[in-house]
Design a binder for this molecule. Structure first.
Ligand code: GLY
Ligand code: MN
Ligand code: MN
Length: 338
């Protein structure tokens, strides 16, 4: 069952740090902590709390108890109720409890502290686990990437941006997948905004589509730019972006500094008279943006099992943007394009 391996690794880390339990929580949709699913295997549970430690237990809304019992390898499933923090206080009294400080609201932290629970931020411990993907996680991303690329090949370019979005989502759903993030579909000038929100615009000289499916919660992140009626400048920029994309991917292997790859892209583009307003990539997994960040600002060293994007882009104000994005796995001796 999903979550079992992840929890086993977590418990070892907690022990090393002398932390008794990790407490992860979900709020209202869509504010679910991906780590709740990561450790429990429970997907889409609002208002739920998991305690992971020697005697792991999960609290979910009463109507979700039967589903949770079927879906989680954690056997102790309980229903949430009024006064739950008091019960947690009794169970965790004076114990050191890890939380995801990147997610848990300050108000809830205060409630826990009032009930004599000693909180420590465990977000870095969790990140260290999440940043390395196991075989099953890589397979999920690979499946998502493979369908995403297939769907991109069949796009009907006569449709409007929002109609294309609808078609993409429909195709993912037909294959039992969801969009991993809101698709970006942008003709001409629209594509100069890297995270453009599609409109009813139709037709143009270029079309940028940044869209990918998620399979069992693991998302791919793919961008293709189509030259429909390109000018010389568009063709030239496309070739430059493609070249730096390929060269950057070639750099990927264990031991390489993430910042070196981003640096390389900026230097390469500068020599050609261009620049990229964003970093060259970011980790993908349960979230579409997560560690490792492939950025000049990052101190990450690439390790086997990391999955991230390589996505150089050049955006010519008022005219067009070209971005090519692929998903890369760091292998033992190099890399694979997923
Ligand atoms: N799909 C969003 C991004 O590439 O950052
Ligand atoms: Mn991306
Ligand atoms: Mn993208």
């Amino acid at each position: 069952m999903y979550g079992k391996i992840q929890t086993k690794k977590l418990l070892k880390k907690l022990e090393e740090k002398d932390i008794s339990y990790l407490l992860v929580m979900n709020l209202d949709l869509p504010q679910l902590d991906p780590n709740f699913y990561y450790f429990t295997g429970l997907d889409g549970y609002e208002h739920s709390i998991a305690l992971l430690g020697e005697k792991s237990r999960v609290y979910v809304p009463s109507f979700e108890v039967p589903r949770a019992k079927r879906e989680s390898s954690i056997r102790d499933i309980r229903k949430t109720k009024a006064g739950l923090t008091k019960e947690l206080g009794k169970f965790l009294n004076n114990k050191k409890v890890g939380i995801n400080g990147e997610f848990m609201p300050v108000n809830f932290q205060k409630k826990l502290k009032r009930n004599k629970i000693k909180l420590v931020d465990a977000s870095k411990i969790i990140e260290e686990l999440r940043v390395i993907k196991n075989k099953e996680e890589v397979e999920r991303i690979k499946k998502a990437a493979s369908l995403s690329k297939k769907v991109l090949k069949k796009v009907d370019i006569s449709k409007s941006e929002t109609q294309i979005v609808a078609d993409l989502i429909y195709e993912y759903a037909r294959h039992g997948m969801k969009p991993g993030y809101d698709p970006i579909v942008a003709f001409d000038g629209d594509s100069t905004v890297p995270h453009f929100i599609p409109t009813n615009k139709r037709g143009g000289k270029t079309l940028l589509i940044d869209a990918a499916a998620a399979y069992k919660n693991y998302t791919a992140d793919i961008t293709r730019t189509f030259l429909l009626k390109p000018t010389k400048e568009m063709k030239k920029v496309y070739e430059i972006v493609k070249e730096v994309h390929d060269l950057a991917i070639d750099m990927v292997e264990p031991g390489v500094k993430a910042s070196e790859i981003d640096n390389f892209m900026q230097d390469f583009l500068k020599k050609k008279g261009y620049s990229c307003p964003h970093s060259i990539g970011h980790g993908i997994g349960l979230l579409v943006h997560e560690r490792p960040y492939i950025s000049i600002k990052s101190d990450e060293i690439l390790k086997e099992g990391m999955t991230f994007t390589i996505e150089p882009g050049v955006y010519i104000t008022g005219k067009f943007g070209i971005r090519i994005e692929d998903d890369i796995l760091v292998t033992k001796s190099g890399h694979k394009i997923l």
